[in-house]
Write a protein that binds this ligand. Structure first.
Ligand SMILES: Nc1nc2c(c(=O)[nH]1)N=C([C@H](O)[C@H](O)COP(=O)(O)OP(=O)(O)OP(=O)(O)O)CN2
Ligand SMILES: [Zn+2]
Length: 140
């Protein structure tokens, strides 16, 4: 099996409600996202010799992840405090995006993995860099 990967970048704001340190405060990151997919080579047609056209991979990640998360306040829909911030931003026509878990690098990576799997992408690994020195890898 071949593995191919493409790297993306997006900016977001978040907070970790209940964190015992500085991350309980509203703050932001520029994430680096690496999406790896696995598969065999196409044997005919315009995409012959490719697992998947990198352009097609880019379009799927843009539609399902980047367009929703880039420059958004990404919040935990189970946190009352984070929902209050999101409600205020929504009332000011500012971009928000809810996920049903805490927005840790770990749970964001799993959310991205599951979302891309659900739209049919054969994802084998997600690597999400929250800062230049911290990343989470999720695979299954
Ligand atoms: N296992 C995890 N630990 C922490 C997470 C996380 O998602 N998973 N997140 C945070 C905060 O979001 C915080 O913004 C990042 O913390 P930290 O790495 O301490 O941030 P710095 O800006 O200080 O990073 P440096 O690269 O070390 O300057 C906390 N922990
Ligand atoms: Zn953070």
């Amino acid at each position: 099996m071949f593995k191919i990967a493409k790297e993306f970048s997006f900016d977001m704001a978040h907070m970790l409600d209940g964190h015992d340190g500085k991350c309980q405060n509203l703050h932001g990151h520029t994430y680096t996202l690496q999406v790896e997919i696995g598969g065999e080579l196409r044997t005919s047609g315009a995409k012959s010799g490719m697992v998947m056209d990198y352009s097609d991979l880019k379009a799927i990640v843009k539609t399902h992840i980047l367009d929703k998360m880039d420059h958004a306040f990404i919040y935990d829909s189970t946190s009352e405090r984070e929902c209050q911030v999101a409600n205020l931003l929504n009332s000011l026509n500012s971009k928000t995006f809810a996920i049903p878990t805490r927005t840790t690098a770990e749970q964001m990576a799993k959310y991205i993995f599951d979302t891309l799997c659900d739209v049919g992408l054969p994802v084998s690994l997600i690597r999400l860099w929250e800062t230049p020195t911290s990343y989470c890898e999720y695979s299954r």
